[in-house]
Write a protein that binds this ligand. Structure first.
Ligand code: HEC
Length: 507
């Protein structure tokens, strides 16, 4: 008998896998920055290639990696407090990966591994709209490096009202479109304001200059994805109404023209609930009046008691330049607390409506606490008043506001399980080396025919999948790559109204 004697060595091998641009950094920056930092986008620099990112790495470190002064990507809500759809944040892991890459000498890596740039939609993302209203003439935003706030009145010219399952805003010039808020109105009031102001539209810093029928009908910010409401839930468009398009044009050194379009999609399915809205205002402040004395930093505390069982969908805090901090939470009748939103450094320029990934149930009797801090001192570099003065409520940039809008529907059992984020078109294709196949995932916002093609570098289709009458919701399918040569392929996804393609590298 032989004796076998095993000695197990454990040899520690410190292999520091190299962090490369194509494999580690490009996916982060392309997904988290390029939506604004691309040739047609709102941001001043482009981050769409190795060379562009390497050249600007000093600025990128300062703006996005340095915890002391990072302000990119722009995202106000504190992600340690609550979460929203389409959050624009770099995670700690992503920040570390970029830092490691810089320390390692910014190696480019295998060019074939570089991911495709994401899809920057131009035109309608959700397909053919039922109603499309556009600015009737192009508007000139002057190249004077200043912000401009302008309202355009767009008649819908419809004689009947409709249930609406999505509202999509297509900015005519994404290089200057900083944010857009829509109202809907049935009076002639806005036409009067337009007539009084020279040129197309009228200038108005915040709000619409009056209270329209529907204040917060919809909105848009750069990089935002448009979604259909979950089944059975609807907004509406009124007969003979006008869309009020409030445009914030960002600063530009050269003259720029814009003509923006609003696409409206009518509900194709039965509707049992309509979107409702409410606003918490200075009427709800417990320690008012709402008046901000010079050289003070007051916090106002408002409370609002919910009058029915609600499913909360989104929130829109609104203040001007003295606004600093927001903390809003709900205390349920059983004493439980749900955090809604915290903003540690309010910035008027990045206001938005923030949508929860799932409905938040607010039972009748829930109290929403809304605490807002203002800074009316010289230290607040955004303070528009020099010298510092007392500030009261008003619609001009030098006045202040305290408004917390929220949208909800009446609660229905099961709302907790509805995936609000899912109600949009999306597509992804990922190579699975182990199984020798491509995993294709897609989500449909409407019932539609689907075509998925895998094309080689010469655009020749090596694989074709056609799915007729595919249902709303998430789907997955596999494409075997066993017979394919190594190389770069494109997986192309299309429905009647939507196309997207992803690069897939088979090693
Ligand atoms: C939602 C749009 C948006 C996203 C996403 C975004 N940026 Fe920006 N970025 C801007 C705008 C607009 C400016 C111009 C200054 C401003 O408005 O704050 C800017 C400015 C910058 C600047 C400074 C340029 C200067 O001249 O000072 C850097 C650097 C920058 N961004 C890096 C990034 C990085 C890195 C990311 C991703 C991690 C990112 N940004 C994501 C919109 C965006």
């Amino acid at each position: 008998m032989k004796n076998y004697f095993y000695i197990l060595f454990f040899i520690p091998v410190f292999v520091k896998a190299q962090t490369t641009f194509t494999e580690h950094v490009a996916p982060i920056i392309y997904n988290k920055c390029a939506s604004c930092h691309h040739a047609g986008g709102i941001a001043p620099l482009q981050f769409t290639s190795y060379a562009e990112i390497k050249k600007n790495i000093g600025m990128i470190s300062m703006a996005a990696l340095d915890p002391k002064n990072k302000f990119m990507p722009p995202w106000m809500p504190d992600t340690k407090y609550s979460h929203f759809i389409d959050e624009r944040v770099l995670t700690d892991k992503e920040t570390e990966a970029i830092k490691t890459w810089i320390e390692g000498g910014m190696v480019q890596g295998d060019i074939a591994a570089e991911p495709d740039l994401p899809y920057f939609p131009k035109g309608a993302q959700l397909g053919k709209p039922d109603l499309s209203v556009s600015m009737k003439e192009s508007f000139l935003h002057k190249g004077n490096n200043e912000d401009e706030y302008r309202i355009f009145v767009l008649p819908t010219n419809i004689k009947e009202g409709h249930n609406v399952s999505a509202i999509e805003i297509v900015p005519g010039n994404p290089k200057i479109a900083h944010h857009i808020i829509l109202g809907l109105d049935t009076t002639q009031f806005a036409d009067g304001l337009d007539a009084k102001d020279e040129g197309y539209g009228y200038s108005q810093y915040a709000g619409f200059g009056f209270y329209p029928t529907y204040y917060n009908w919809s909105g848009w910010v750069p990089g935002q994805k448009t979604r259909f409401f979950p089944d059975g839930i609807s907004n509406y468009v009124l007969p003979n109404s006008k869309v009020l398009l409030q445009m914030h044009y960002g600063p530009t050194p050269i003259d720029a023209w814009d003509s923006t379009t609003v696409n409206v999609y009518y509900s194709k399915k039965p509707v049992d609930r309509f979107l409702k809205g409410w606003v918490i205002s200075p009427n709800d402040i417990k320690d008012g009046p709402f008046f901000i004395k010079a050289n003070t930093k007051p916090t106002f505390h408002a409370q609002y008691k919910v009058v029915g069982d609600y499913s909360l969908i989104n929130v829109t805090p609104h203040a001007h330049w003295l606004g600093k901090k927001w903390e809003v939470f709900a205390v349920h009748p059983n004493g439980d607390t749900t955090n809604l939103i915290r903003i540690n450094d309010w910035d008027f320029n990045w206001q938005n409506f923030f949508s929860f990934p799932k409905f938040i149930k607010l039972e009748k009797g829930t109290i929403i606490y809304c605490n807002v801090t203002y800074d009316n001192t010289e230290k607040n570099y955004r303070n528009p008043n020099r010298p510092i003065k007392n500030v009261a409520w008003g619609e001009s940039a030098k006045d202040e506001m305290f408004l917390f809008y929220f949208s909800y529907v009446d609660y229905k059992p099961g709302d907790e399980n509805i995936d609000i984020a899912g109600s949009m078109n999306s597509f992804d294709a990922i190579y699975n080396a182990e199984k020798k196949c491509i995993n294709v995932f897609y989500n449909l916002a409407e019932n539609t025919d689907v075509i998925i093609k895998l094309c080689d570098a010469k655009n020749k289709a090596t694989n074709l999948i056609k799915n007729k009458e595919t249902e709303i919701g998430k789907h997955g399918t596999l494409i075997s790559t066993e017979t394919l040569k190594p190389g770069t392929y494109w997986c192309k996804f299309s429905t009647a109204n939507y196309t997207e393609s992803k690069k897939v590298v088979i090693p």
